[in-house]
Design a protein around this ligand. Structure first.
Ligand SMILES: [Zn+2]
Ligand SMILES: [Zn+2]
Length: 422
């Protein structure tokens, strides 16, 4: 007797061609956060064909599909679908040549460099199989195709647009992300698993002047350099060795010419943490140092610190994660399921569970060619040879990535949906 999961997945081979076609189409037509108009249309059309109740425009460009199958739990399955301003360099036949307009109005190249096209394809496949296997379960599947994950605002936009009031409150929230680990594997970590992220733009004010007369100026270039260096001491000198935080100054701009002292400098900072107390310690230290370096340099004005965005820490509910991982181990076998540990990346998927008051399980699935990965691991060169998310070379192998993502989504959904009604 096949298990329910095996019975539901029996149709997987038959739908691989249409899923591959969907994946390549989305990969060739990536769209930036909140500009996912074509993507939303493609998703909505395919969900209608499958027979879901489809609503578009939820949280700007989000799409919701509801699959009702009698009385039972409501299970939220989430796939994000925005892309990034990255120029694709994979050389794939289906590589993107698309462009988009960034928030400053600049035309930028666009690429699915985080694999969200894979997430959409896997969820679409899972919905097909769950619809075909409706005799094996009961309840409601709430399929959430989320915009603007990369800027951390899409989940909140959908929630604020009445996601749960309009479509029902889920009893559990499930989602997955493709990662540069061997395709065919699945991983998760209970508890805090993706870091909180806080970003800021900092403007340091000096007094401009001729490069030959520093005594008549306050040089914001030196102020910026001292600030960047001093910020490196926050993690090394103020955070305990067994706590985790990252402070990165990812952008530093000042001046235009070698003999002009500019009147301001701009830094962009990103801060990561897993623990609220650590986060507050780091944020306070960063603000203190920025202000103190300004004072030390004799700045004519206080520096300006503007938030650029934030992600909360993502917490996997421990019992819900164990329950889902048990289902994965039953289906995939112990050798293909592992604990990922904590990830320093960030995600806004946890906002759904928080708003619903429901448990959350978010897992990872591999996208790297298993042989290439094995060779890189053997040579101790995984970080160098396996392109990670956001890299212009990030290119999940279509199989077994797609099949594994579909299987994981179906397996997890069936672990939480109700038994068939008699
Ligand atoms: Zn990303
Ligand atoms: Zn992502």
């Amino acid at each position: 007797m096949p298990t329910n999961v095996q019975a539901a997945l029996a149709g997987l081979n038959a739908i691989r061609p249409t899923l591959t076609e969907l994946y390549k189409d989305l990969h060739q037509h990536p769209e930036l956060s909140f500009a996912e108009h074509r993507t939303a249309e493609v998703v909505a059309q395919r969900l209608s064909e499958i027979g879901l109740e489809v609503t578009t425009g939820v949280g700007h460009t989000g799409v919701v599909g509801v699959l009702r199958n009698g009385v039972g739990p409501t299970v939220l399955l989430r796939a994000d679908f925005d892309a990034l301003p990255v120029a694709e360099q994979t050389g794939l036949a289906y590589a993107s040549t698309a462009t988009g307009t960034d928030p400053d109005g600049t035309t930028v190249p666009v690429m699915h460099a985080c694999g969200h096209d894979m997430h959409v394809s896997c969820l679409e496949g899972a919905l097909r199989l769950l619809r075909n296997a409706a005799h094996l379960w009961s309840g409601t599947v709430l399929a959430v195709f989320q915009p603007a994950e990369e800027i951390g605002t899409g989940a909140r936009a959908m929630i604020e647009d009445g996601l749960f009031e309009r479509f029902g409150t889920p009893s559990v929230c499930l989602g997955q992300h493709v990662m540069p680990v061997p395709a065919g594997t699945v991983a998760a970590h209970p508890g805090p698993c993706f870091s909180a992220s806080d970003s800021f733009r900092v403007t340091l004010h000096g007094t401009g002047g001729h490069g030959s007369r520093p005594e008549a100026a306050v040089d914001p270039v030196v102020m910026a350099a001292a600030t960047v260096m001093r910020l490196q001491t926050v993690v090394s000198r103020e955070i305990a060795g067994d706590d985790m935080a990252v402070v990165t100054v990812g952008s530093l701009h000042a001046g235009s010419k070698e003999n002009i002292i500019p009147d301001s400098a701009e830094l962009k900072l990103n801060i990561r943490s897993y623990d609220e107390e650590v986060r507050q310690t780091v944020l306070a230290a960063v603000r203190r140092i920025i202000h103190a370096e300004s004072v030390a340099a004799g700045a004519p004005r206080e520096p300006r610190i503007e938030p650029l965005g934030e992600f909360p820490v993502l917490v996997n509910t421990p019992e819900a994660t164990e329950h889902t991982m048990d289902a994965f181990r039953d289906h995939f076998g112990d050798s293909r399921v592992f604990d990922s540990g904590r990830i320093t990346g960030s995600e806004d998927v946890g906002l759904f569970a928080e708003a619903a008051g429901a448990p959350n399980c978010y897992w990872l699935f591999g996208g790297a060619d298993p042989d290439t990965y094995a060779r890189a691991a053997e040579a101790g060169r995984v970080a160098q040879d396996i392109p990670a998310n956001h890299s212009p070379f990030f290119a999940p192998v279509i199989e077994p990535t797609l099949g594994t993502g579909v299987s994981a989504m179906v397996t997890a959904a069936l672990a939480w949906l109700g038994p068939p009604q008699v």
